[in-house]
Design a protein around this ligand. Structure first.
Ligand code: SF4
Length: 94
């Protein structure tokens, strides 16, 4: 089983599991069939997730989180993180 990791989702201002970030992003956008949940507005405009996918954001294990530890907030403006975000945006655009 993959390790369950918690990170701080900046757009939602909430602690989330890294695999939940991926699930939330796969939700459909706009009109959705009855019973389904649309993608969150926060996820639609999010540029943070490439860092989550690459585990470049600070994380703590779920067990530690439940024990009271909290992951730090990622610095989206650091040079390396900006580069990763930019690279992702360029891939999307091409
Ligand atoms: S896609 Fe962005 S806003 Fe949505 S959960 Fe992941 S980090 Fe948060």
């Amino acid at each position: 089983m993959s390790k369950e990791l918690m990170f701080f989702c900046i757009p939602q201002e909430a602690y989330m599991r890294t695999d939940n970030c991926q699930k939330l992003r796969k939700r459909p956008t706009g009109k959705v069939p009855a019973g389904a949940q649309p993608k969150l507005r926060a996820c639609e405009g999010c540029t943070m997730f490439p860092l989550v996918d690459k585990l470049k954001v600070p994380t703590v294990s779920l067990a530690d989180y439940l024990g009271g530890r909290r992951p730090e907030v990622a610095n989206l403006r650091s040079a390396s993180n900006r580069k990763l975000i930019q690279a992702h945006l360029e891939r999307e655009a091409s």
